[in-house]
Structure formats: C-alpha cells, structure tokens
Design a protein around this ligand. Sequence first.
Ligand code: NDP
Ligand code: AKG
Length: 368
Amino acid sequence: MDDAFELADDLGPEKVLYLHDPATGLRGILVVDNVAAGPAIGGTRMAPDVSLEECARLARAMTLKNAAAGLPHGGAKAVIFADPKMPAADKERLVRAYAHALKDVQDYIPGPDMGTDETAMAWVHDMIGRSVGLPREIGGIPLDEIGATGFGLAVALETSAPFGGLPLSGARVALQGFGAVGMHAARFLAERGALIVAASDSSGCLHHAEGLDVPALIDWKRRGQPVADFPGGEARPRDSIIDAECDIWIPAARPDVIHEGNVERLRARVVAEGANIPLTEGAERRLAERGVLVLPDFIVNAGGVICAAVEYHGGRQGEALDSIAEKIRANVSEVLRRAERGRVLPRHAAVEMARERVLAAMRYRRTC
Ligand SMILES: NC(=O)C1=CN([C@@H]2O[C@H](COP(=O)(O)OP(=O)(O)OC[C@H]3O[C@@H](n4cnc5c(N)ncnc54)[C@H](OP(=O)(O)O)[C@@H]3O)[C@@H](O)[C@H]2O)C=CC1
Ligand SMILES: O=C(O)CCC(=O)C(=O)O
C-alpha cells in the first residue's frame, strides 16, 4: 500500500508518521488512529515484517479496545522495523532514537507490544517522560510481568461459559505463542482447573494430552529455552498447534494466523483471541457456521491496556486487576448478549458497541 489515505474511514486514522534516523538505523511507523476519547495508548511492536496496513489495523483495534473498555484514551500502534532479539545495547540505542523521534507527538503514549517490554518502556520514559507498562522500580505496574492480559483472557473465558462457552475446569486448552500473553493465560487457566494440552513458540510446539506442567514450562521458557525442548511432552512442528485436539484454542502470537486456508484444521469449540487480529474475517465466519464461539480480540485481550491506563492515571496493581476483571466481565456479557439478540457474530456486536462509544466521544470534539 503506497497511499495512507486508502486506509481512511469515518474513525481515522488521524495521523500516520514515518520515522527515520540515519545515525541509528531507526526505521518505523506510527499510526494514531483516533484520539476523540483522549491521548492514544497502544503498543510499540519491534518486528522486521509489519506492513503499514497491518499497523493501521492494529491501531484501529486499539481505538475499539480502549473505547470498549471505557478508557479516556484513543488508539494507536507503532512499529520499529528490527529484530527484537538483537543485542541489548543495540536495542536500547534504537528504542531511544524511536522515543526521541516521538518527543513532540503528545497525543501518543507508547506501551509495550511484541518485541518490546518494561525495560524498553523505561528507556522511552527516560527520553520523553511519556510511556506505560513501566517497571515497578520507577512506579509502574509491569503489565507483562504480572500477566495482565492473560488474567483478562481467563476472566473472559469464565464469563463466556453461560453464553455458549465452556466451564474451565477440565477444559483442554492449546496456546499459540508462549510469551507475555500466552504463558500467563496458561497459568491463570491452569489455576482454574484447565488442562494445557499444547503450547507453541516461534520454533516449535509441545503436546501433552494429560496436561503440561505449566509452572515448570514457564520457568523453562524464562530461562530462554524453546517450548519444544521441554522434557515433559512430545515435540512436534510449530504449526501443529493448529491441529491440537482441544476445547479452547488461544492465539497469542502474530496476526492472521487462522485464515480460510487452514481454518478447517481447528478442532476447538471456543477460540479466545489473545493476539491482536489473529483470525481473518472469513475464518471467523466459517467458525461461526461450525458453531465455534470466537471471543473477539479487542474485548478479551484488553487486560494489558486497562492495566496501562490505571498506571498512567496513578493507580496501583490491585486496582488494575479489579478493573480488568470488572470491565472484561461486563463487556463479554454485553457483547455475547447483543450477538445472541441480533443473531450476529460476536465480532459484529463488539464492533457496533465500540463504534457507538467512539462516535459519541467524537461528537464532543470541537472539530466535529
Ligand atoms: N502483551 C500484552 O499485554 C498484549 C499483547 N497482545 C497481543 O498478543 C500477541 C502476543 O503478544 P506478547 O505475548 O506480548 O508477545 P511476546 O513477544 O511476549 O510473545 C510472543 C510469543 O509468540 C511466539 N511466536 C512468534 N511467532 C510465532 C509463530 N509463528 N508461531 C507460534 N508462536 C510464535 C514467540 O515465540 P518465541 O518465544 O520463540 O519468541 C513468543 O512466545 C500479540 O499479537 C500482541 O499484540 C494483545 C494485548 C495485550
Ligand atoms: O499495554 C499497552 O499499553 C499496549 C496495549 C496494546 O498494544 C494492545 O493491547 O495490543
């Protein structure tokens, strides 16, 4: 896509910036989608291969997510084109250059995303005094460390049980991605009695029909080991996660991983979208035809940004967790009730609900 205006509709994007710093090699994009409710919060992704279109779709997901959660913030997303596994000193230089490039973009508050973490947000904060998802030592609520999004996913799945979902006790769960979202979702679900029967990362997949030892696997992964090398399960190719025999499937890695070409392989009865935009529209439609309940990303993975907003406004960890539980419970019930009433996909009900809120916020703006 060459022309950013091709992305424009009635909500945004409001601003698209290309960032380039020849001295450090920084190349990046920022899409500020909509700021009607307040300055935009959204993650900064470090990855070599994200398109402008994907960044804009992720920014829109943030607009809808923040509006659905009733936060006084609009939506944005940024990408730094680079390998997140580069040496720490190079990463720090790049992230600091990125922060410097954003110093005057006051309507964007950077948060962590794939390839960035609390430390990266501390560097951004040090440069421009503005970021969320900070380490505890500088007054933050380290949202990835505490597993804010994984906690929200467990609450969402619990809430969905009476609306065509499943009781968590004994449910077999497969997770694609075992990073900040995936590993904590596994932990909170296992605590609620679920069996984690498969998990994958970028290099492989691990299956165990009787349930993986989640705390031991988390410890293993934190020591930098690939999940497939963990001794307590059977190693299989990375994408075998799609074929896992399970009741609940949780994408917690990259966008568009389930599409029309592989959707028939999914065995689950419920999909909880931990990742952002992990299923194509066609795949979601097909799953609905098969009676699979798909819980939409921007409703169920809002735990991280709710936590970030609580931190930004001076709240504490306990308040953040209470707020995540309260908002996600209310939204999942509301969306699934609307979907049932209107006989529409949960995603359509969720978009309708969030758009109503964004449009209402836009009507208060001077420029409206
Ligand atoms: N962090 C948060 O609070 C939130 C994150 N999200 C979304 O959730 C998703 C995951 O984010 P997060 O957990 O923070 O990211 P992390 O970088 O912490 O973890 C990503 C995980 O995905 C794995 N992975 C990457 N590519 C693949 C692949 N092709 N197949 C299987 N696994 C893969 C990585 O493997 P490896 O370990 O080998 O690198 C890693 O385990 C993203 O879409 C993000 O936008 C949404 C809301 C909030
Ligand atoms: O934690 C944040 O502030 C960013 C959240 C985010 O980017 C997301 O929810 O995808």
